[in-house]
Design a protein around this ligand. Structure first.
Ligand SMILES: [Zn+2]
Length: 296
């Protein structure tokens, strides 16, 4: 089982193999390994047992991505999961006659982005599931699912492991030095999947750390210094959304600890909110950033 997982989620998932429940929702923030855990559960439920180190037939199929009774529904470049996809699923499930001794697993990824119509269609399916079939919904927000759907699913919460937990994983699994592991965990802002990606991409990790450092120094810097920083960020094509998240964390912390007057922190947060709206509205990045630097 995926060792990135929080111990509580892990024990809940391990218990699933022994229950008769048929529908689950794995929920929690991005990059916590929910989809990986769902795929791993599908494999574990179908494992025929291993003799020594040799994989069984169905695990081999999972490894090769050819296991026939794993169905995954996802966004497929759309903004939401639509009713046509669930209708297609209903048809697939009813057409394919099921002879195998294993368990058929349907994974619905990004389930929090299902339309209401799609959810209602899915509800019918999980109320009367076809034989030997289980459903795993993978969702970032449980509240985005209809109460009727939620109440039919056993929920497994994926809690973030925290920066120290991520650093420990990086040390154990990748053999990183403690100082490097802590730096990467900080750059990934608590998302373990991202931390592992950054470990293989030092340039991206350095860019994120630079933004995190800037977020700490900018609010206290003079206007001229901030405008210079804006110029550098634009020239380097920095990820301005990442900067906005780092600034948000910094300003919120300052507001909480009283490090700056509440009114000035509130004003800066307002400027940041306008900055995000301008980025969304495709206002020129330079114009939006320079305005933010003057108002921060
Ligand atoms: Zn196996």
């Amino acid at each position: 089982m995926n060792t990135l997982l929080h111990a509580r989620a892990l024990s809940q998932i391990e218990a699933i193999t022994a229950t008769s429940n048929r529908s689950y929702v794995f929920h929690g923030a991005r990059s916590l390994g929910k989809a990986t855990a769902a795929a791993e559960l599908a494999r574990a439920l179908n494992c025929q047992g291993h003799d020594g180190s040799a994989l069984c037939g169905s695990c081999k199929q999972f490894e090769a991505g050819t296991y026939p009774d794993l169905i995954t529904i996802g966004l497929e470049d759309r903004a939401s999961i639509v009713i046509e996809q669930i209708r297609g699923l209903v048809q697939t499930l009813s057409l394919s006659s099921y002879y195998s001794s294993g368990v058929r697993v349907v994974i619905i990824d990004d389930a929090h982005l299902m339309t209401t119509e799609a959810q209602n269609a899915l509800l019918k399916l999980i109320e009367e599931p076809p034989p030997h079939t289980i459903f795993i919904l993978v969702a970032e927000r449980l509240e985005s699912l209809l109460v009727t759907v939620r109440s039919r699913c056993q929920a497994v919460h994926f809690a973030p492991p925290g920066e120290a937990g991520i650093a420990g994983l990086l040390e154990r699994q990748l053999g990183l030095k403690p100082s490097d592991a802590s730096r990467l965990a900080a750059a990934a802002s608590g998302a373990p999947g991202l931390a592992f990606r950054l470990a293989t991409d030092p340039a991206e990790a350095e860019a994120r750390l630079e933004l995190a450092r800037l977020a700490v120094s900018l609010p206290a810097a003079g206007r001229f210094e901030r405008l210079l920083a804006a110029g550098r960020l634009i020239a380097a094509k920095a990820d301005l959304w990442q900067l906005s998240r780092a600034l948000q964390a910094q300003l919120t912390a300052q507001l909480r600890t009283g490090a700056v007057p509440a009114l000035s922190a509130a004003r800066s947060l307002q400027a940041l909110e306008l900055f995000r709206r301008q980025l969304n509205a495709k206002v020129s990045a330079r114009v939006a950033l320079e305005r933010l630097m003057l108002e921060l």
